[in-house]
Write a protein that binds this ligand. Structure first.
Ligand SMILES: [Zn+2]
Length: 131
């Protein structure tokens, strides 16, 4: 038997994730958490796109080169992606002319999963209490 953190009313076993007394969402369904994760990842990609993914990764590569590779005597090639990896990279982070489809898809998936989670919560709310 769980107790609602808002109204301290008892939540019947198997009732779902919404308090029958006050409607407080006690547990966030996993699908909503997944949706939020996708949303955060999607917005992170969008931010990387606005500050230019190429510049960011080239900068990180340069930093790594100076801090790690050069002191150890390595001579890594400059930051460059080729072939399939480059295609995937462009798709995820976008280019100057292309939007970051990976980020757009992640945001869309996050919104979709959040909506699905909302439907699940609505159903749990609609279930008769104490039945
Ligand atoms: Zn409650």
């Amino acid at each position: 038997m769980a107790v609602c953190p808002r109204c301290a009313g008892e939540i019947p076993e198997g009732y779902g994730s919404v308090c029958p007394t006050c409607g407080f969402v006690v547990r966030i369904p996993g699908i909503v958490k997944l949706g939020l994760t996708f949303l955060v990842a999607g917005f992170a990609v969008a931010i990387i796109w606005t500050i230019q993914a190429d510049a960011l990764f080239a900068g990180l590569w340069g930093l790594l080169d100076r801090l790690v590779a050069q002191p150890l005597g390595f001579r890594p090639p400059p930051f460059e992606l080729t072939g399939l990896l480059k295609t995937l990279y462009d798709l995820l982070f976008g280019t100057e002319t292309q939007p970051p489809w990976g980020g757009v898809l992640l945001i869309a998936a996050g919104v979709g999963l959040g909506f699905a989670g909302g439907v699940i919560l609505r159903r749990a709310e609609g279930r008769p209490a104490g039945a």
